[in-house]
Ligand binder design. Structure first.
Ligand code: AP5
Length: 183
């Protein structure tokens, strides 16, 4: 299973990715987590990403795609992978297609998780990560609408999009996700 999870900040991508990756026994690759790990370790990549993340802007495609390519060339993705938070621009989607063509492993499915703005703001203010202030959350949502939402129609046109409602109890959403992925 080679899949991408897409959805606005706070839709529950990271939460569901843990259950989905365990269910299909595939690695969970979160670009946000990789940036945060680099930031904690004080690497040049982490320090460069920090300025963008603090504001809720996207880290430039060149940096992000190089990092994902490096990760997708590692041996553990041979049985599949779950990409969480990548791609999130049309440029990243094209770059991912190119990487996957090179390694001869096309995507099976893109799972879109939907959630409304009020629920997102409530969830993220309760979580309180450093980029979860109300101002930054609203900016991340705007960036999602402007830069990431266009990839939804790209994957719909490719015939590999599945969409689910991300509202409700975590276990209910997991059931919906697994059902959509095994449809
Ligand atoms: P990233 O880490 O990807 O953050 P995000 O997309 O904004 O997503 P979140 O982690 O906020 O939300 P989520 O959908 O994963 O929800 P979660 O499960 O955590 O990116 C952060 C930054 O890194 C970006 O702004 C950008 O700067 C940079 N970046 C990352 N990837 C990039 C890329 N490809 N290109 C460029 N820049 C990139 O849940 C949220 C909260 O809700 C949690 O507290 C959770 O417990 C709770 N929750 C989850 N599900 C439910 C439920 N069903 N009911 C109630 N609460 C729930």
């Amino acid at each position: 299973m080679r899949l991408v999870l897409v959805g606005p900040p706070g839709a529950g991508k990271g939460t569901q990715a843990q259950f989905i990756s365990a269910h299909f026994a595939i690695p969970h690759i979160s670009t946000g987590d990789i940036f945060r790990a680099n930031l904690s370790a004080g690497t040049p990549l982490g320090l460069e990403a920090k300025a963008y993340m603090d504001k809720g802007d996207l880290v430039p495609d060149s940096l992000t795609t190089a990092m994902v390519k490096d990760r997708l060339l590692q041996g553990d993705v041979a049985t599949g992978f779950l990409l969480d938070g990548y791609p999130r621009t049309t440029g990243q989607a094209a770059a991912l297609d190119e990487i996957l063509r090179e390694i001869k492993t096309p995507l099976d499915v893109v799972l879109e998780m939907q959630a409304d703005e009020d629920e997102i703001v409530t969830r993220l203010l309760a979580r309180g990560r450093s980029d979860d202030s109300e101002e930054v959350i609203r900016h991340r949502l705007k960036v999602y609408v402007e830069q990431t939402a266009p990839i939804i129609s790209y994957y719909r046109n490719a015939g590999i999009l599945q969409s689910i409602n991300g509202l409700g109890a975590v276990a209910e959403v997991t059931e919906r996700a697994i059902a959509a992925l095994t449809r």
